[in-house]
Design a protein around this ligand. Structure first.
Ligand code: AMP
Length: 200
């Protein structure tokens, strides 16, 4: 697999795409190649649930039903995570922002620190392929929110709340679209090509 660039790069990215599109896998690969952290709010929230923390107990029913957790809560988590040392030179946000208020909060958070996003990547996949990937994930992963009706709800919530972010970021000149219908390696190649010139 071709590498994007090794070490000492900086890039601040948001990955967007419906559940099951494979953006988490792509984020892992890019994080490793570019040496920047992959920051997934879904992973952080599931860790809270597994640890049995008060926050975990509060969000568990929302995660299990495919609904969003309150904006104020994820915004707090993200704000803390972005000030960590390892996010100083760059990061990949996966699962945040997920609606317009979160996107606006992110812009404010970054502006306050005098930093900006380099690109927002939208992973694009037709509905049939998406449903077949979700079905495969039901069989291979043991996520509490991966049964059929909850996956359908998560897709619906994505369309209603998250898809408007595509126009928001397109208008800001940040949106890059990556077709997500190939193998992991093929999609990563498209991602690498799309990011040329965006990694500093
Ligand atoms: P994910 O792993 O990104 O698909 O997220 C799993 C679940 O975590 C979502 O279905 C939501 O319940 C919750 N979640 C993750 N990120 C956010 C966010 N930015 N805003 C609200 N809820 C979120």
């Amino acid at each position: 697999m071709r590498q994007v660039q090794r070490k000492a790069v900086s890039g601040r990215f948001v990955f967007l795409g419906p559940p099951g599109v494979g953006k988490g896998t792509q984020a892992e690969l890019l994080a490793k190649d570019a040496d920047i952290p992959h920051i997934s709010t879904g992973v952080m929230l599931r860790e809270e649930v597994s640890s049995g923390s008060a926050l975990g107990k509060q969000v568990a029913p929302l995660l299990a039903s495919g609904e969003f957790v309150p904006d104020s809560l994820v915004q707090r988590i993200i704000e803390q995570r972005l000030i960590s040392n390892d996010a100083r030179n760059g990061f990949i946000l996966d699962g945040f922002p997920r609606n317009l208020p979160q996107a606006e909060t992110l812009s404010v958070l970054l502006k306050l620190r005098g930093i900006f996003l380099d690109a927002v990547i939208s992973f694009d996949l037709g509905k049939d392929e998406l449903l077949s990937r979700l079905s495969a994930r039901r069989e291979s992963e043991n996520r509490a929110d991966d049964n059929l009706s909850i996956q359908a709800r998560r897709l619906e919530v994505y369309q209603e709340q998250t898809e408007p972010l595509l126009d928001y970021y397109r208008d800001l000149g940040l949106l890059l679209t990556v077709p997500a219908d190939g193998s992991v390696e093929e999609v990563y190649q498209c991602l690498s090509d799309a990011l040329k010139g965006r990694l500093s």
